[in-house]
Ligand binder design. Sequence first.
Ligand SMILES: C[S@@+](CC[C@H](N)C(=O)[O-])C[C@H]1O[C@@H](n2cnc3c(N)ncnc32)[C@H](O)[C@@H]1O
Length: 354
Amino acid sequence: MYQTGMAATQKLSGCRLPPLPTIGEIIKLYNLKAQKQLSQNFLLDTRLTDKIVRQAGNLNNAHVCEVGPGPGGLTRSILKAGAADLLVVEKDMRFIPGLQLLSEAAPGRIRIAQGDILAYKLERRFPANITKTWEDDPPNLHIIGNLPFNVSTPLIIKWLEQMSNRTGIFMFGRTRLTLTFQKEVAERLTASTGSRQRSRLSVMAQYLTTVKSCFTIPGQAFVPKPNVDVGVVHFTPLAQPQIQQPFKLVEKIVKNAFQFRRKHCRRGLGMLFPESQRQELTEELLCSADVDPTLRPTEISISEFRALADAYSKLCNENQGLFDYDFREELKFKHQVKRQSDRSNQTELSDGNP
Ligand SMILES: C[S@@+](CC[C@H](N)C(=O)[O-])C[C@H]1O[C@@H](n2cnc3c(N)ncnc32)[C@H](O)[C@@H]1O
């Protein structure tokens, strides 16, 4: 156990706990120098960590998973808000002793896991009896995290896919997420149709969830200070996703549409089809989805993406192998053939002219 009587102390409200060293003291005590490669930017201001946690809603008696607790600032705020069962998943071993200290102060309320959140099987760590049906209210289970920048985009994509398939942490129902992102990514997640920030991420997040941009945290609030500001975003999975097609199919349409951001959408969507049928199938797709081919990708609404996904799914059913078509593979193959023919022409020339 650590010694009481450390300079500044903090208490977790609502629990009878011994005083705790401040987060700054924890960092010094365990020599927790931030590691750039793990995107470690710590929040020491309890008003800010409390504010992030308030965005999650009522955490009284809740089950919570915190991603990347680090020295434990946000962790304390989650406990203060009344979480009964908090699973923290941290990749960097150096933080474990500090988290154990917190666990001693809040007995039975924290479970510490060392691991990579991108591979971690969260669904194995919560009891089945908290499960709600998808159409019901969300379960009393939350994911909260001041995410490492280098992990935040692949992580939200992974969770969106699991949400669409109702797997992973979404086996328990419509688990809500309260997460931080680089401000620019937060803006993309919440960008509306036609806005400058509208991107693949906007469509993928918004067809599956209600996304709310909560507030911005200036970079200087973090230690060390990152080069960017940070946005806090809250996601509630929709009971009825706005597009009823498999995630991978939606992802393919959206990725292709945004391929040529500044061009008419016809250009990017055309790349869904082999060159030999490109013109004919692109016209069929846009016509049956009733989407204006001269829209820019940023101007396509979610309901138009729904129509495109439905029309593309129908075309895939009618044209065997179409879904597996990748224009990059076709281009690669054409380049290979051209290189081979150039090489054999050169050989012929040099054979004729010794
Ligand atoms: C931005 S810091 C946030 C720390 C702390 N929650 C706070 O708000 O001060 C990100 C944390 O995520 C951890 N982390 C980085 N990559 C991770 C991963 N793949 N899985 C789990 N944790 C990770 C880092 O070690 C660090 O503690």
